[in-house]
Ligand binder design. Sequence first.
Ligand code: SAM
Ligand code: SF4
Length: 465
Amino acid sequence: MPSAETVRIDDAAIAATLDHHRRAESPVRVREVLARARELNGLEADDMAALATISDPDLLGEMFATARDVKETIYGRRLVVFAPLYVSNLCANECTYCAFRARNSDVVRRALRQEEVALEVRALIDQGHKRVLLVAGESYPREGFSYVLKCIETIYSVRHNAGEIRRVNVNVAPLTLDEFHALKDARIGTYQLFQETYHRATYSGVHLAGKKKDYDWRISAMDRAMAAGIDDVGIGVLFGLTDWRFELLALMQHIRHLEARFGVGPHTVSVPRLEPATGSDVASRPPQPVSDVDFRKIVAILRLAVPYTGIIMSTRETADIRRETFALGVSQISAGSRTNPGGYSESELYDASQFCLGDHRSLDEVIRDVASLGYIPSFCTACYRMGRTGADFMDLARPGDIKDHCDPNALATFAEYLEDYGTPVSKSEGAVAITRILASMDEGVRHRSVKMLEQVRAGKRDVFC
Ligand code: SAM
Ligand code: SF4
């Protein structure tokens, strides 16, 4: 039977599962779920709900350790780094949690002209970035959606000193099938869109006007994106609007639907938590705030439930929380971010920004921190340019082969960053980190990595396998 054209979240099934798991699960059952999670086949809703009940510190520690092992088995030590690029804060919607909402007169409105987009890109290249996530509100200047296509073209066209942006991911409002085809033709990497909340009543309560009021148009967006041939899609929940346990199980239904219909699930999952935003009471006082411990649980449960799906952690979170979640399963992070259009080449203006950042460190500081924790900061864009997307990526990831590519590519792009953009401190700390990581690699992967590093140090750029 063909799969449905869009997911229908089964609220009753979620309520029944959560009801069944109101009390703390027994250690025996928790350990049985964790043992199965170690087999890397993922988990189902009932297992996730069982893990969500854990509060005993020892069991929590066991779950976190399992998440760490699963992450390292599949992803190795690399952490992919990117920067968001806000091109416009014009918006016709009224999302009560967002500073860009239409009726918020406290925000200075602006859509960057293409020359201004290019200036932002140069500033990002000067920092050392290779991957950007284009972000915009849901209202484009006179040319409509083709504004977004022009921005993508501009970003790819900029060549500045030794650098360029090699992958543009996009987070813009849901599109029609034809528009998704155009986005694919523009050579985007991932199309990313968060449902915000899968709970219909909560959704209606926070989306008061504009196209975004339509829950079904939004939840069906990934079906249209994938039907248009966009292999890599990223989904997410804005945590803090309703019960996080409900959101996790609904997110899982969305994932299973995409897997059933397209043979592959989302490439990434994002876990933004509500942050304070100019002109938004909801953002400062989330209806159902997620504590730091629960936030770590969310990351760990996702890592165990969908082991081959990337997890993205943004600079909404503080440096400390980010560090903790790297170990629990995060595979991609943003760094040195600004959320106001023009924020990289001009200055960070809170009254034009989308929300308050938790991590204000520069890219170089984040890179040093990540390396000192034993991870390899990676600017790799190899998979997408080699066509290893969607199901092809998953075929490589499943037997654990992807890290044979990821780790050497991560080291080569890290070395490229250090050569071209590193500060004296990051260069010397980075060299020590690279030596340490090489020593921990298997013979074959180390050999490949050393060869690639030699090429980078000899001046070759964009070396990947
Ligand atoms: N306008 C498009 C949309 O809403 O889908 C795309 C870009 S929107 C600027 C990107 C994401 O920012 C939203 O999907 C939402 O999850 C997140 N966001 C909005 N307000 C936030 C806040 N106060 N704290 C944290 N994240 C927020
Ligand atoms: Fe507009 Fe997106 Fe902000 Fe909603 S979340 S107000 S759609 S920019």
